[in-house]
Write a protein that binds this ligand. Structure first.
Ligand code: GLU
Length: 473
């Protein structure tokens, strides 16, 4: 059975890169009737925070990616939070120590720093000198007795090579002479990522490790060394190409929001994000198709169609897609959603909100857009001089429209549109000569959505007030 995992470190808010990794693992599990496991990698005590863990868990739920085993629901291979698994790690550290596959290292920070500097001076890649690799039992005991707190290092074989078989990249060879004896247990008793991840993946019977390519060179060969040393089965690896911004540099704040919560707060729909992220580095068979539900992504997904080249994240494309999803969502649902985004000052009542959605939905790209649209409507900028001069010549039209408004007995967009047309007919004007002055007088702007919609939304009294202001100026 396929078993995959998403093991975030709760050292920051759920990142857009995490979303893609989680999604691809989820899709792979669901496609193959496998299991999707959530594991919290919180060994970095200083940087891990409960707030971030909650953010990740809530983010996954919001996206609709449910897991089969995890810290909140347990499972047969728990606990699923690394900070609760320390004893498990110690037993394997001891096993490696006893078998001579790992060793205590007592080198101080200063010594290591000196080594590093020396290597750099000689133009060599800094590597641990292996000074403690061959300490005798007595030497080790003596140092332990002195109270020196050691780290534990993995005894990397001095020659040979590690071959990483990657689903996306093919076979990659890593000569062991380039790897040093890396730390697997820190002096504070906390295992390093490369060690804990192997123990967990092996004990949780993970079959496929699908993660970012940033792990491929530095981590995967080291992890394979540990698998080998403990006689664990090595999972399949698929290292996903990186996500870059449109300028082809690594995705960062400069390219827009990178945290999932920011997208949620701005009013992106989870369906749009899932659709967009699902195609970031994955090509479905039908390359023309743009809209994929989560279900459709599941049925499309396979490792073969993962891309080798870096994926480009386009926030404008995502926004466009979100817009399309809002358009496709029925008005009732959009009304419900938008209620969470609309500022109190703009919320007249539920009926009004229904109208707002019906009339403005096509102008909304992210749900929070509603606030700037309504702000534009209700708090227009004052008219500038040029517009005042122009409107001075339009008083005839404005007066006529005002009279018509007074006599309107129903208030809906059709009636308003008819009134505009009738006013035009009466005065013998149409097209731009009719609509443009009304638009400028009422909205104070030269463009925007249909003026009859605008008038309907601000209401009769406000429309009259704005026209009067112009007439009296
Ligand atoms: N905690 C690691 C990270 O967030 C997990 C990497 C992995 O998938 O092995 O980068």
């Amino acid at each position: 059975m396929i078993r995959v995992r998403f093991p975030p470190s709760p050292t920051g808010y759920m990142h857009i890169g995490n979303v893609r990794t989680a999604l691809f693992n989820y899709l792979y599990a669901r496609k193959n009737n496998g299991k999707f496991i959530l594991r919290i990698e919180d060994t970095d005590k200083e940087r891990s925070k409960k707030e971030y863990e909650d953010d990740i868990i809530n983010g996954l739920k919001w996206l609709g990616l449910d897991w089969d085993e995890g810290p909140d629901i347990g499972g047969p291979f728990g606990p699923y939070r690394q900070s609760e698994r320390l004893d498990i790690y110690y037993s394997y550290i001891n096993k490696l120590l006893n078998e001579g596959k790992a060793y205590y290292c007592f080198c101080s920070e200063e010594e290591l720093e000196k080594d590093r500097e020396e290597a750099l001076r000689k133009g060599l890649m800094p590597k641990y000198s292996r000074r403690c690799r061959n300490l005798t039992k007595e030497q080790v005991q003596e140092k332990l007795d002195k109270g020196i707190k050691p780290v534990v290092r993995f005894k990397t074989p001095l020659n040979g090579e590690i071959i990483v078989k990657d689903e996306i990249r093919g076979d990659l060879t890593f000569p062991l002479e380039n790897l040093d004896d890396f730390v697997i247990l820190r002096s504070d008793g906390i295992p390093t990522y490369n060690f804990a991840v192997v123990i967990d993946d092996a004990l949780m019977k993970i079959t496929d490790v699908i993660r970012g390519e940033d792990h491929l060179h530095g981590n995967t060969p080291r992890q394979i060394l540990i698998y080998n040393a403990l006689n664990f089965d090595i999972p399949n690896f698929a290292h996903l190409p990186m996500i870059l911004g449109e300028d082809h540099t690594r995705l960062s704040k400069r390219h827009g929001s990178v945290s999932l919560k920011d997208y949620k707060n701005e009013g992106y729909l989870p369906e749009a994000l899932v659709n967009y992220m699902g195609l970031l580095g994955f090509s479905p068979e039908n390359k023309e198709k743009e809209f994929f539900s989560l279900e459709e992504l599941i049925s499309e997904f396979n490792l073969k169609n993962l891309s080798k080249s870096n994926a480009i994240f386009s926030s404008s494309k995502l926004k466009w897609l979100n817009h399309k999803y809002i358009e496709m969502t029925d008005n009732k649902k959009v009304t419900e959603l938008i209620k969470k985004y609309i500022n109190d000052q703009f919320l007249v009542d539920d009926e009004w909100l229904k109208d707002v959605v019906r009339l403005l939905k096509e102008h909304i790209f992210v749900l929070s857009d509603i606030n700037y649209i309504l702000n534009d409507i209700f708090n227009p900028l004052p008219l500038d001089n040029e517009k005042i001069v122009f409107l001075n010549e339009q008083k005839n039209l404005l007066n006529e429209f005002l009279i018509g408004l007074e006599n309107l007995n129903q208030w809906n967009e059709n009636e308003i549109l008819n009134l505009i047309r009738d006013t035009g007919k009466k005065l013998g004007i149409k097209g731009k000569n009719l609509y443009y002055p009304l638009r400028v007088a009422i909205s104070h702007k030269e463009e925007g959505f249909e003026i009859y919609v605008y008038i309907y939304l601000i209401g009769k009294e406000e429309t009259k007030k704005r026209i009067m202001e112009v007439i009296n100026s």
